[in-house]
Design a protein around this ligand. Structure first.
Ligand code: ATP
Length: 236
């Protein structure tokens, strides 16, 4: 059984259909990439899965439980964390306070300290800057904070929206290395990326989204060598 299963998902913005009945699966322990051009529907997919957007049709199942109509905060409690596009850290709160917000479902003190230490270990820069307002961090550091905040809830599955956006190549490499580590430590990952090359290089499998439809899917390594993918998404 897949950890996350999306079936025939349709989402509208008013009269405009953004998702036209997409289906995909994320297996326990997998890293799945969802790639596609600007406006293909990648962010819409994540927002529908996390409960932030209403669905016109289709189902979303997490660990065998139907979460199609469950509100976002309950979905977080069920083990899904979301790192949104553009980071969305709380700019006026300190790094530490941002991390604390991510742990609101983990109220036990010892568990909180353990998770905080784990995040600081992964992101030593966040530890150094723990008392600094999050708004004063660089883009890459804010991406780390958004990831750290999501990890504070000890998610079974981490949904990431365009982690590479606006970052320098060095930071992109660093962030992707951490995604691999998080995956190796047992967290399942659904990664939305316009940087298809990077996403395919760390993913197990991938789905290609085009104007609200999944047009191609398969093994990430094979897609990396697929001629149509190379032309359309890898700039080759
Ligand atoms: P990007 O990488 O640019 O975020 P995306 O693949 O994530 O692209 P979405 O943001 O999911 O794409 O958008 C899918 C489609 O839905 C686009 O045509 C977009 O214009 C439309 N759309 C997105 N948000 C809204 C909204 N709030 N109201 C109306 N249309 C929207």
């Amino acid at each position: 059984m897949a950890l996350l299963e999306v079936k025939d998902l349709q989402v509208y913005y008013g009269m405009i259909q953004a998702l036209k009945g997409i289906s995909f699966e994320v297996g326990q322990g997998e890293v799945i990439a969802l790639i596609g051009a600007n406006g293909a529907g990648k962010t819409t997919t994540l927002h529908a899965v996390t409960g932030l957007l209403p669905k016109k049709a289709g189902t979303v199942t997490l660990g065998g439980r139907d979460i199609t109509k469950i509100p976002p905060h309950k979905i977080v409690e069920m083990g899904m964390a979301h790192v949104p596009e553009g980071r969305r850290v709380f700019a006026h709160l300190s790094v530490y306070q941002n991390l604390k917000m991510g742990a609101y479902i983990r109220r036990e003190k010892e568990e909180f300290s353990r998770n905080l230490e784990m995040v600081y270990q992964k992101f030593p820069r966040l530890k150094e800057r723990r008392n600094q307002p999050a708004g004063t961090l660089s883009g890459g550091e804010q991406q780390m904070l958004a990831m750290g905040r999501a990890l504070m809830s000890q998610p079974k599955i981490l949904l990431m929206d365009e982690p590479s956006m606006g970052l320098s190549p060095i930071f992109v490499n660093e962030i992707f290395k951490i995604i691999e580590e998080v995956s190796a430590a047992g967290t399942t990952v659904l990664l939305v990326e316009q940087n298809a090359k990077k996403a395919l290089s760390i993913a197990d499998r991938a789905y290609v989204l085009e104007t609200g439809n999944i047009v191609l899917s398969g093994n990430a390594r094979e897609l990396l060598n697929d001629e149509s993918i190379k032309k359309a998404y890898l700039g080759e």
